[in-house]
Write a protein that binds this ligand. Structure first.
Ligand code: GLA
Length: 394
């Protein structure tokens, strides 16, 4: 664990004064229910104890200054309250300026700047939602520093809108919701259509969830993500043109899909829709299985989810498949890619007593096949984004 007070002291020149406040925002991992949150489906993520820390001091002027300990070569990014529009050269600080911009547009009184020192221990771009973690962090900082009347659900919704409209990634609400609303030792069973949710105790008996990061550099992921969304839209149009009436694709039953799939002239579009409909039902079954402590059934559903994401939705890749296959070969009872795909991470259910040996064998096989190393993290859950109490700060 990073010593935050020491970090603040080391960066006193940036923070300028000593009355700082500390904040933490987690990352998230999705257990099942992938690529369906933008079709009103059911998802099952949990927040993890890796995330983004913010150390904040007040300023008298109208400037927000951001400095990331993760990118020590870069100068602080300065965002003036007089110019909150997206600017390429602001780089990662656009996630922050986007949130400030949205708060101001909603009429929240933000009348002075802040110094915000950011430190993250989530691997960047690994599919554990480092960007959503930063967005919700900034929302929580603004709420607390300016005493704003805004609840967490609104911060979550604003963060998703910033990602969609300001950053330009057409993501669903799962990441921001999990990051804002999670509770330690629970996973969130979320209906992304109604935003009804249930905090399900993550009681795994003799099993442990293990995240593995492919460490594959992703570049095309955002455009491919938007491409999957537009393929979904094409499928929806075909179904509606043939008389089906629905607001969200995930309202359709498996029977609806099977009876109407004959209308798809493109196999690719049919495959995309098939994934969405079946994945939604798999999530419902998986939550049921977990509540009944039927871990074997949960693991099987994870495997089916991966196969569907690989073959039908085509968002997996050699690196993810290598990890999933190796995990299963060496004893995991379930394994799948998690997040947007095209690289990023897998999540696997492994008997706790063999976790170390499985990680060693999977790590070796991955290195032999791919040529560089994967990283492994057992899942530790976390509360959602919050101001840290003095007792939480080392
Ligand atoms: C990304 C998006 C989420 C979700 C997942 C895939 O993480 O931000 O909204 O669509 O991909 O399940």
């Amino acid at each position: 664990m990073i010593n935050l007070k020491e970090l603040a002291n080391k960066n006193r020149k940036f923070l300028q004064n000593t009355s700082e406040n500390y904040y933490f925002s987690p990352g998230r991992v999705n257990l099942i229910g992938e690529h369906i949150d933008y079709h009103g489906g059911n998802v099952f993520p949990t927040a993890i104890n890796l995330g983004t820390y913010g150390i904040v001091t007040k300023r008298d002027d109208k400037n927000f200054r951001f400095y990331s300990v993760n990118f020590p070569d870069f100068n602080p990014k300065i965002v003036s309250l007089d110019n909150l529009s997206y600017q390429e050269e602001r780089n990662w600080a656009n996630y922050a300026s986007g949130i400030i911009d949205a708060f101001v547009a909603l009429g929240h009184k933000i009348d002075h700047g802040l110094n915000i020192l950011v430190y993250g221990n989530l691997p960047n771009g690994a599919g554990l939602s480092s960007s959503a973690s930063l967005e919700v962090l900034i929302g929580v900082i603004l709420r607390s520093e300016f005493n704003l009347q805004i609840d967490m659900l609104d911060i979550v919704k604003i963060s998703q809108q910033v990602e969609n409209r300001y950053i330009g990634v057409n993501c669903g609400i799962m990441d921001q919701f999990a990051i804002g609303m999670s509770k330690i030792d629970k996973a969130i069973y979320l209906d992304t259509n109604t935003l009804d949710y249930e905090l399900v105790p993550l009681k795994l008996g003799k099993f442990t969830l293990v995240i593995a990061n492919t460490n594959k550099k992703r570049s095309l992921s955002d455009s491919k993500y938007n491409e999957r969304r537009s393929e979904g839209e094409q499928g929806i149009k075909i179904l509606k043109d043939h008389g089906l009436s629905f607001d969200n694709l995930c309202e359709l039953t498996i029977k609806d899909f099977e009876e109407n799939k004959k209308y798809f002239s493109s196999q690719v579009i049919q495959n995309r829709i098939e994934h969405v409909i079946y994945e939604n039902h798999r999530t419902i079954s998986a939550v049921e299985a977990l509540k009944n402590s039927d871990f074997i059934a949960f693991g099987k559903l994870m495997n089916q989810s991966h196969e569907s994401l690989d073959v039908l939705y085509e968002v997996s890749c050699k690196e993810l498949n290598t990890l999933v296959n190796a995990f299963i070969k060496y004893g995991a009872i379930g394994s799948r890619m998690t997040g947007a795909g095209f690289g990023g991470c897998t999540i696997s259910l492994v008997e706790t007593s063999i976790v170390d040996s499985v990680i060693e064998k999977v790590g070796q096989e991955y290195y032999e096949k791919i040529g560089y190393h994967a990283d492994f993290y057992p899942v530790n859950t976390s509360d959602g984004s919050k101001k840290m109490e003095s007792g939480d700060i080392e």
